[in-house]
Design a protein around this ligand. Structure first.
Ligand SMILES: [Ca+2]
Length: 113
């Protein structure tokens, strides 16, 4: 039976505030099959530009274009089958870290029970 662990508390936090680079590492132990999350610039800033990446065991699984404050958030829907080391990365979008306040929002991992 599948379950949806409430990891959202871990990955919904604001992760790029005051930093040009952010990385969240999750040990999945190969037990999960899918990662889903919205990714976007937080509404509380007026500018900012960031890029989101999902890496599984060092391999790029998903990457957003550079998102800015007016951009709609994107939905990451990533196959993480067999992945041990999942990393959720946000960088500065290549133009510095001014107002780079990014959110992984409503994130979920789909894992085997
Ligand atoms: Ca930026």
């Amino acid at each position: 039976m599948d379950q949806w662990p409430p990891v959202s508390r871990l990955v919904r936090r604001e992760i790029v505030e005051y930093s040009y680079y952010s990385e969240i590492q999750l040990d999945l132990g190969g037990a999960c099959t899918r990662f889903q999350s919205d990714a976007g610039v937080d509404d509380e800033v007026t500018g900012g530009s960031v890029r989101f990446r999902v890496l599984g065991d060092g391999v790029m699984l998903w990457q957003s274009p550079v998102l800015t404050r007016p951009s709609a958030s994107l939905r990451a829907d990533v196959n993480v089958t067999g992945v041990d080391d999942l990393r959720l990365i946000v960088d500065d979008g290549g133009d510095g870290n001014g107002q780079d306040h990014a959110d992984w929002a409503g994130a979920w991992l789909h894992c085997a029970a």
